[in-house]
Design a binder for this molecule. Structure first.
Ligand SMILES: Cc1ncc(COP(=O)(O)O)c(C=O)c1O
Length: 449
């Protein structure tokens, strides 16, 4: 008996929650040929209902290009979570074949798979600190590094920018511009090039050199500006009319935050849909912290996680700590931090348009803000690299310093499970020079080793 099979499929609806597929199955044998026609239902999840001003709650229609809301505050994407709950299951996500954070595509705003711009994302590892846990005063196995440096372009900015670029592609936008301390510009350049979209990037003149070079190599027109990231942002904002570019600044378009939301979704799934007790996050513009908090709310509404949510800890440097200072002073908005300076370039953000959202997440989670010094950051980076072989970026090392301080001050306990976010590869940052040499023409003194 010989049996051949062939299928042809026809989609009858594209963007609704469900797609009817007419499937013709031809079964051929040497005795007879039968044609079965069967109607199956495949899912094409898309649940965005509208966008909402994060300050006033005003609604904005989905499916249109948006920047900030009318009151110049971030727009948040809202979903029909009831419908999502009835149609989407955790196991469907767990069994996804999509790369990295694209496994959460049904919970994201990119309606059509063809618009997903991907550079081979992965699920980033959670690595327990061993020897260095003791340096932090904590317990082995209780402190986990979420190493985002392994994403395309070497940082977590891949999450937000792939979403922003994918949405830009779906809207037919052909020129993107961004102010950056380095990593966001690199991610935007790479994803925009992959999407065939023109990109222009402005960085403060003392942005780590490797960032500036990678941005340029990955296809963006790149400029150094004699100022800070807010000065770069001003150039982008003021140039919109003259150039026609679309402003992709942190939280000034609605979709980077949806990409960063996947940090929270991924963490939950990785921990078996359980959340840690505390999350230490190096906070600049705050997209990651806000995005994770949004993820946890959505997961709660879906009933996929239960119990207490983690304390969200915003970590900033003593040279630039507008958010932590505002939180300490009980303010809702953070005044600009003058003369901002820190070795941790990613968190050198003197003013954040989503300040109140970061502060809200800290408060709602019963978390706190903590300030660390640059010299402690660099010492910690060196110690963790030597003890555990993990080369953190300075921003990541800042979270380890913050953990140690929080433990010493009794703000957390060593039995709590803590996640420290290492948002970029340590390889992107300057490292101490090496001066030891061997002269191959002389007798080697083996007693020195
Ligand atoms: C390595 C690193 N850590 C942390 C941050 C701060 O991220 P966020 O803007 O989400 O607060 C940045 C931002 O550039 C960064 O590059």
């Amino acid at each position: 008996m010989r049996s051949d099979r062939s299928c042809n499929t026809r989609a009858t609806s594209k963007i609704s929650g469900l797609v009817d597929l007419k499937v013709k199955v031809h079964l051929t044998s040497n005795l007879k040929t039968k044609i079965f026609e069967r109607k199956i239902v495949a899912k094409n999840h898309y649940y965005v209902t509208h966008l909402e001003c994060s300050l006033t709650g005003e609604h904005y229609p989905a499916g249109q290009i948006h920047g900030l809301s009318k009151v110049q505050r971030p727009l948040l994407v809202r979903y029909d979570l009831e419908k999502m709950k009835s149609e989407l299951s955790r196991s469907e996500i767990e069994n996804s074949n999509s790369p990295g954070f694209w496994r959460y595509a049904p919970m994201l705003p990119v309606a059509e798979p063809k618009n997903r711009i991907s550079l081979g994302e992965i699920v980033t590892p959670l690595i327990p600190l061993k020897q260095s846990a003791l340096i932090l005063g904590g317990q082995k196995g209780k402190i986990l590094i979420k190493d985002e440096g392994r994403l395309p372009t070497g940082s977590f900015k891949a999450r937000g920018l792939s979403l922003a670029v994918s949405m830009a592609k779906s809207f037919g936008i052909n020129h993107l511009a961004i102010p950056t301390n380095g990593n966001a510009g690199a991610a935007m350049a790479a994803y925009a090039s992959q999407a065939g979209i023109k990109s222009t990037v402005f960085c403060p003149e003392d942005t780590p050199d490797i960032n500036v070079r990678e941005i340029r190599l990955q296809g963006a027109k790149t400029y150094k500006v004699n100022g800070l990231i807010n000065d770069c942002g001003k150039i982008v904002g003021e140039g919109k009319e003259a150039t026609g570019w679309f402003d992709v600044s942190t939280l000034k378009e609605p979709y980077r935050i949806e990409g960063k939301k996947t940090m929270g979704l991924e963490l939950a799934e990785q921990l078996g849909w359980n959340l840690p007790d505390v999350i230490f996050y190096p906070t600049g513009g705050g997209t990651g912290l806000i995005g994770m908090w949004k993820a946890f709310q959505e997961l709660k509404s879906l009933g996929w996680i239960k119990g207490k949510l983690p304390k969200m800890i915003a970590v900033q440097s003593s040279g630039c700590a507008p958010i932590v200072k505002a939180w300490q002073e009980g303010l809702e908005h953070a005044p600009i931090w003058e003369n901002a300076q820190t070795i941790a370039a990613g968190i050198r953000v003197p003013v954040a348009v989503g300040d109140f959202l970061i502060i809200r997440a800290i408060k709602e989670s019963d978390g706190f803000g903590i300030i660390v010094d640059d010299n402690e950051i660099m010492n910690m980076r060196d110690k963790i690299a030597k003890k555990d072989g993990l080369l953190l970026c300075p921003e990541g090392a800042a979270t380890a310093v913050a953990y140690k301080q929080a433990l010493q001050r009794g703000m957390i306990s060593d039995s709590q499970r803590a996640i420290l976010y290492n948002c970029a590869s340590g390889l992107k940052y300057p490292m101490p020079a090496l001066f030891s040499t061997i002269n191959k023409n002389e007798q080697v003194d083996y007693s020195i080793f």
